[in-house]
Design a protein around this ligand. Structure first.
Ligand SMILES: *Cc1c(COP(=O)(O)O)cnc(C)c1O
Length: 387
């Protein structure tokens, strides 16, 4: 039988991490001691009080059945309370909040609710890949907005062609940003809202890193800005804030019509988040922001280890104010892929080539701060010997 994949799969951009993945596998199979600064996955386990809550909830038989599509009301209430405390944003737990099986799930599915074949979706470049794949799966056409260093890695909304804007259904934004580590001011969000209103575009703001902040900075929510709820939603995740990447729980909140559109898609695809995990999520939210502060200062120390270490090698890099990524220029004589390959082959350190996040990621590499300070210092020592 001839098994042929769908056009939508064939339309996905080539997976540019192939070479690095292959080199990493080979190095591991040779038993080399690899320091992996590639993956954006926290190395510290989930806090014990959250695990204890999952354990307790999993022993309660009522959690074993299908979850409600809309999630537990108590979870939605805890999310509303968290938003009120953290951002002073008021949300209606009945209509303006929807739990997700990780925010990636909601991000990848939302175009199915609003994008028709041929519609445009405005996507930052470089970016978190599901904005692209979700758009392509819905038959939409990505229009890329370059994130340039000259513009502090914000999209220049004035440069978006009116023709593209008129045909666009969704605009994705993500601050604090993966992969660049950039942050957005409230002014930027105001401009984004004005732009979206003018062209009748849904704003999908991804705030996965809102709680990983440094130097006293505190990322704002898109929903703090007046008018935001009329045109947009914000995606949130437990993954980075509470080290829960494997648990698969996140949420989206904001405009109720956008939320109910996504809920309709999801009710045809999944059956919600395991109830015991939702209960553990409530415990996480109710613990306040002390965890975030503790993890934040840990990542800040790691950031300084990397930035100061690389500065001693003459590699000047701006200190990010948020996220656990360092976004650095490639070095003379290398593009992002050849530099990542060189550092892996000669120093046994994995970093991510920027081009894997989009065309405008070329010229940069991403270093994830997801190993301890000592290992980071060792990685710098090893890199020093080969560049
Ligand atoms: C990690 C990450 C997510 C979160 O994903 P989950 O599915 O909630 O684990 C979302 N957006 C960005 C930009 C990320 O880096």
């Amino acid at each position: 039988m001839n098994i042929e994949r769908s056009d939508r799969l064939k339309k996905l951009p080539p997976y540019l991490f192939v070479e690095i993945d292959r080199a990493k596998k080979k190095a591991r199979s040779q038993g080399r001691d690899i320091i992996d600064l590639g993956v954006g996955d926290p190395d510290i386990p989930t806090p014990k009080f959250i695990i204890d809550e999952l354990h307790k909830a999993s022993l309660d038989e009522s959690t074993h059945r299908y979850a409600l599509d809309a999630g537990l009301l108590e979870l939605r209430k805890a999310i509303a309370e968290w938003y009120k405390t953290r951002f002073n944003v008021t949300l209606d737990p009945e209509t303006e909040i929807l739990p997700l099986i990780g925010s990636k799930e909601g991000i990848a599915h939302i175009p199915l609710a609003f994008v028709n074949p041929g519609d445009r979706v405005l996507i930052p470049d470089p970016c978190y890949p599901p904005y692209r794949s979700g758009t392509i799966f819905a038959g939409g056409e990505p229009i890329y907005m370059p994130l340039l260093e000259d513009n502090a890695f914000l999209p220049d909304l004035k440069k978006i062609k009116p023709d593209a804007a008129k045909r666009a259904k969704i605009i994705f934004a993500n601050y604090p940003n993966n992969p660049t580590g950039a942050i957005a001011s409230k002014e930027f969000f105001k401009d984004l809202i004005a732009f979206a209103k003018k062209f009748n575009i849904i704003v999908c703001h991804d705030a996965a890193y809102s709680e990983i902040n440094f130097d006293g900075y505190k990322a704002p929510s898109f929903l703090e800005i007046e008018g935001s709820k009329e045109i947009g939603v914000e995606f949130h995740s437990f993954s980075k804030t509470y080290n829960m990447t494997g648990w698969r729980i996140g949420f989206v909140c904001g405009n109720k019509d956008v939320i109910s559109g996504l809920a309709q898609v999801k009710s045809n695809i999944d059956s919600g988040v395991f109830t015991a995990i939702q209960i553990a999520g409530i415990a996480a939210l109710k613990s306040g922001i002390k965890n975030a502060i503790q993890f934040g200062s840990m990542y800040q120390e790691r950031r300084d280890t990397v930035i100061n270490g690389l500065a001693r090698l003459g590699w000047k890099i701006q200190k990010p104010k948020a996220t656990f990524y360092v976004w650095a220029h490639t070095l003379k004589g290398y593009d992002s892929t050849s530099l990542a390959k060189h550092i892996l082959e000669k120093a046994d350190v994995v970093i991510t080539p920027g081009v894997g996040f989009g065309t405008y990621g070329e010229g940069y590499i991403r270093i994830a701060l997801t190993v301890g300070k000592d290992r980071l210092a060792e990685a710098i020592e090893r890199i020093k010997k080969v560049i």
